[in-house]
Design a protein around this ligand. Sequence first.
Ligand code: GDP
Ligand code: MN
Length: 401
Amino acid sequence: MQLSRRVNRLLVLIGLVVLAVVIVRKIVPSATPEVNQQEAEMGQTMTPNHPGSPSSSTNPLLQEVGEPEGILTHVGDTDRPRANATLLSLVRNSELRGIVRTMRDVERTFNSKFNYPWTFFNDVPFTEEFKQKTQAMTKAPCRYELIPKEHWETPAWINKDLVGVSSEILEEDDIMYAKQQSYHQMCRWNSGMFYKHPALKDVRWYWRIEPNTRYYCSIDYDVFRYMEDNDKTYGYVINIYDAPQSIRTLWPTTMEFVAQHPEYVHANNAIQWLTDNDVRPNHNVIANGYSTCHFWSNFEIGDMDFFRSDAYDKYFEYLDHAGGFFYERWGDAPVHSIGLGLFLDKSKIHWFKDIGYLHMPYYNCPASKKCSGCRAGRFTDAGYLNRENCIDNFFKYVHAD
Ligand code: GDP
Ligand code: MN
């Protein structure tokens, strides 16, 4: 009797423990599914001495980071002309709080000193509240632009049935936003449409700003003039790996285009960065030849004339007709990065290491008295995500200095 009661209690206890484990597994938020997938590939993925890791002795963000070298225009250098530039944000009405928060950072660290206009884009009209609350954040003019339907909607040549089937496969591969059509449309717009918007016709430079991103360091020179005066085309802060299952045919499709247009490939390109397979060979295998390293495009400071060039724009058109924005989940980040890596002189790509930045879950955090709120050298709060940092490869192949 005594014994069977004990056995019973033991069984109940074991049952409770199993139940607790199941519940914890269900409710504890893990990293994104894409990251988990990548984690599963671990083993060959850890890079030693990673710049993303604060303990790294080679991390250039840990040495005092100053302003870039070259021609700089500081606050008060009023004799120098301003650049033809805008702060640019694609944003939803529902993200008003997030964009206001980011505007507060951008205005404090940079734009209250330089007063560049803001241009907001949306696929539906902005609300009056959105317009009032964003304009209240800046002395600079704000423009609110509707995206033309023909720039936003899924193109007619995309087969809806095929999109349905493909989205199942993407979901099996744990690709986020697989079935969110608007996400695919957004990626396509950011890849090949933003620079065609009539409101930007006469504008050359843009700084892409996303809601809920953070800026931590005072920027006392005009970043647009820096780009123009020092012959730069594209500036980034974060360089990471992509989920290879979202872009399985992007590289092969790119190679088809390049075979038809070898003349567009720049002699001083960054193809080694694009095709590295030392660090994460599985990424290269799944993405059929592409390392998946890319500039994280939620921050970019760029020259729209590059994107408007025949090389890039024809490349976009080719990709668009191949359908991977919808049958896969090609992001604007890898598309921009491949275009830049192939068609641009790689010396025209600039790492803004002095710009402290966060788009969850990744930071660019320089050691500098000009920064606050961001721990120098930190790449992410989730240690295991440090291996997503790809900037080592960019140093190896591009900024060898
Ligand atoms: P993630 O960073 O890849 O998770 O994607 P986000 O949700 O941050 O979207 C990227 C950018 O596009 C953000 O600036 C969003 O505000 C914007 N965005 C995404 N989808 C839509 C949409 O359907 N309409 C509009 N107007 N903006 C969108
Ligand atoms: Mn985002």
